[in-house]
Design a binder for this molecule. Structure first.
Ligand code: SF4
Ligand code: SF4
Length: 113
């Protein structure tokens, strides 16, 4: 379940809590992510079926400009984009370095094909 930003949604704790309908874990994630993202999240916010799947999205991912851009360009992920790394993506990577590492791995994988 590779997201447009290169992260693997199947490893995301919000995805797993949604899949398992696990209220206890949702509460733990809400507390943890409220601190991490400096906002106030409730248990109800911790719902996401994955970046590319039908259904509810976690707010940040649903509003993600990188996700919207890939969808507009009909790309599977940013690593396949001729404009890689654009300013929009760079801003995202600055906030979330794991995204940059995930996309670099995808770039390498595509080169080796
Ligand atoms: S799109 Fe959903 S499942 Fe994927 S990383 Fe974002 S919150 Fe997690
Ligand atoms: S322009 Fe940037 S955000 Fe859009 S698909 Fe290409 S690399 Fe990703």
């Amino acid at each position: 379940m590779i997201a447009y930003c290169g992260l693997d949604c199947s490893r995301c704790e919000t995805y797993r809590a949604t899949r398992d309908d696990d209220e206890k874990t949702r509460a733990e994630i809400a507390a943890k992510w409220s601190v991490r993202y400096q906002c106030e999240l409730t248990v109800d916010d911790i719902n996401c079926t994955g970046c590319k799947e039908e259904g509810v999205k976690f707010s940040f991912c649903g509003q993600c400009p990188v996700r919207a851009c890939c969808r507009d360009r009909d790309l599977d992920h940013c690593a396949l984009c001729p404009d890689y790394i654009c300013e929009k993506l760079q801003r995202f990577i600055d906030q979330a370095p794991t995204v940059g590492r995930a996309l670099e791995k995808l770039r390498q994988k595509n080169k080796n094909r």
